[in-house]
Design a protein around this ligand. Structure first.
Ligand code: NAI
Ligand code: MG
Length: 514
């Protein structure tokens, strides 16, 4: 039996003691049954929250360094167990092994990052006094309580655990509902966390569908992290609003890349092939709009199309596979219909534009489109597949305006031989993360810096201090050390007001007071 056999991993899930309905999970490479998944509902969610709430006080009371040690051990276990873990991820999600490895790296590095920072973030902070010498001000950080996480299938490891890791280090307990397709990867990660020393009741996974588990999860959480589609994100945010809890939403994108004529074209081709086709394009920060300067458009496009055609897209679990399958029949249908609709609206398919049933039931060819018109759905909407549209441009103001002509604002990339020029343009693009001379990875793995979306791409940020403090309740604690906030006894208020006026005008610009 493998280290992460689905039937055995089920024991990691939190399910109340009764019979559960099940669903069949398909292996995307073959369409055959991979496993059955028990489906929880609000009763199981209640069981998980009761236990998580009970465990939270003791978990928060632990020395932060002890919590950090557990997460550092988890970092090591991810690498030690990477073989069987990647086997599971490839089988369950249909991704290429190398793309599974990228998310394993991300999960490990995010755990390490917060393990080394959490204690400092949680330390009491002294803040500027409103009345120096009279009032002392500090801020203390407490955990929110129990954090709910709803995660998608595209990055089943890192999107299930990386937000949770920051929440745990801040002293929260966590209840996670992973996407149905990829629940076993989340359970494998949970097993490793427990083996690293995480107490069982500190982190629960409740399997089940969005409507059945999601709604009661939101209703019971003290904070909610959601990653997925905009449509579901707004349902979840409305429910969070009803329960007066805060949430962060990491939603989709229609991410632009801009290639200037002074860019190293071969490097740009390699980087943008990764940017468009990693994880078969099922990546919220993947590039779907490619703006190439007219001076190099023909040369770039020829090289880019050739590179897309060379991609080794296949149903294998070895490191050589360069692109895996789409996750499901639904995703294949969505991608195919986007491309058909674009073709009907006048687009030309430079390569791809078809499913690859001989490779696997849900494979779709790396696809490059040109002459995409505004009538095509994929001109503005996220495809979430291996499909990119190439557009030409002539000047910088024009390309910035076109990059910004989107409801989304998640990620962008700018390619130029002059990095400062690249940064100048990137600063003008409305997006939460921007990369110069790479497509998405450097900003995403910068765990000390915020990641998230402007506009319809989301609310709030993961990573960095922002991604940590969202899981805390700050308490401002002020001590009146001398005097009172009132006129001194016996002094008429009118005199006090006049004296305050003179004093405050005199000290307005004094360093240490202003
Ligand atoms: P989805 O947004 O419905 O699913 C994400 C998670 O939300 C899953 O765990 C799902 O079970 C849960 N969920 C669904 N309905 C819910 C509800 N009413 N309450 C609470 N939780 C609920 O995404 P789906 O249907 O899997 O994919 C549809 C499209 O969403 C994709 O084609 C893609 O465009 C986009 N997407 C974007 C992702 C991203 O990383 N930004 C990830 C996954 C999908
Ligand atoms: Mg927003």
């Amino acid at each position: 039996m493998s280290r992460f056999d689905p039937a055995d991993l089920r024991s990691e899930a939190t399910l109340a003691d009764r019979d559960h309905e099940t669903m069949t999970v398909e292996a995307p490479f073959t369409g055959d049954e991979f496993a059955t998944l028990p489906l929880g509902d609000e009763r199981d969610v209640e069981t998980a929250f009761d236990a998580a709430r009970e465990a939270q006080g003791a978990w928060e009371a632990r020395d932060p360094a002890e919590r950090a040690d557990i997460l550092l051990e988890f970092h090591d276990l991810l690498f030690e167990e990477s073989g069987p873990l990647l086997d599971l991820m490839v089988e369950e999600s249909g991704k290429a092994r190398r793309h599974g490895y990228e998310e394993l790296l991300d999960a490990a590095l995010c755990a390490r990052h917060y393990a080394y920072r959490a204690e400092g973030y949680l330390a009491d902070e002294s803040r500027k006094s409103p009345m120096p010498g009279l009032v002392d001000v500090e801020v203390n950080y407490r955990a929110k309580g129990v954090v709910g996480v709803i995660s998608p299938w595209n990055y089943p490891l890192t999107l299930a655990v990386s937000d949770a890791v920051a929440a745990l280090l801040a002293g929260n307990t966590v209840v996670l509902k992973p996407a149905e397709q990829t629940t076993y990867t989340a359970l494998a990660a949970l097993r490793l966390l427990r083996e690293a020393g995480l107490p069982r009741d500190v982190f629960h996974v409740v399997p089940g569908t969005g409507p059945d588990v999601g709604e009661s999860l939101v209703a019971n959480s003290d904070y909610l992290c959601f990653t997925g589609s905009g449509a579901t994100g707004s349902i979840v945010a409305a429910q969070a609003g009803e329960h007066l809890i805060d949430c962060s939403l990491e939603l989709g994108g229609k991410n632009p890349a801009v290639v200037f004529p002074d860019a190293d074209l071969d490097k740009a081709v390699r980087g943008l092939i990764r940017g468009c086709f990693t994880n078969a394009g099922q990546l919220c920060i993947a590039v779907e709009r490619l703006y190439v300067h007219e001076d190099v458009r023909a040369e770039f496009t020829e090289k880019f199309v050739a590179a897309a055609e060379r991609l080794d897209a296949r149903a294998g679990d070895d490191w050589g596979v360069e692109m895996g399958s789409l996750v499901s029949a639904d995703q294949l249908e969505k991608v195919s219909s986007h491309v058909e609709d674009a073709r009907d609206a006048g687009a030309e398919v430079l390569t791809g534009g078809e499913a690859l049933p001989e490779v696997g039931p849900y494979f779709y060819a790396p696809t490059v489109l040109t002459d995409v018109t505004g009538e095509a759905d994929l001109h503005d909407q996220e495809t979430f597949g291996p499909v990119v549209s190439v557009y030409g441009f002539e000047d910088t103001d024009e390309v910035v305006a076109r990059a910004n002509d989107s409801e989304y604002g998640l990620n962008a990339s700018v390619w130029s031989g002059d990095a400062e020029r690249g940064r100048e343009v990137a600063r003008r693009i409305d997006c939460g993360t921007a990369n110069v001379n790479e497509a998405y990875a450097p900003a995403f793995i910068a765990h000390d810096a915020p990641m998230g979306g402007m506009g319809d791409s989301g609310v709030g940020r993961r990573h960095g201090p922002d991604g940590f403090y969202r899981f805390t309740e700050p308490q401002t604690l002020a001590t009146q050390e001398r005097g009172e906030i009132d006129a001194p006894p016996g002094v008429p208020y009118k005199w006090y007001a006049a004296a305050m006026k003179r004093l405050l005008k005199a000290v307005r610009d004094v360093p240490g007071i202003r």
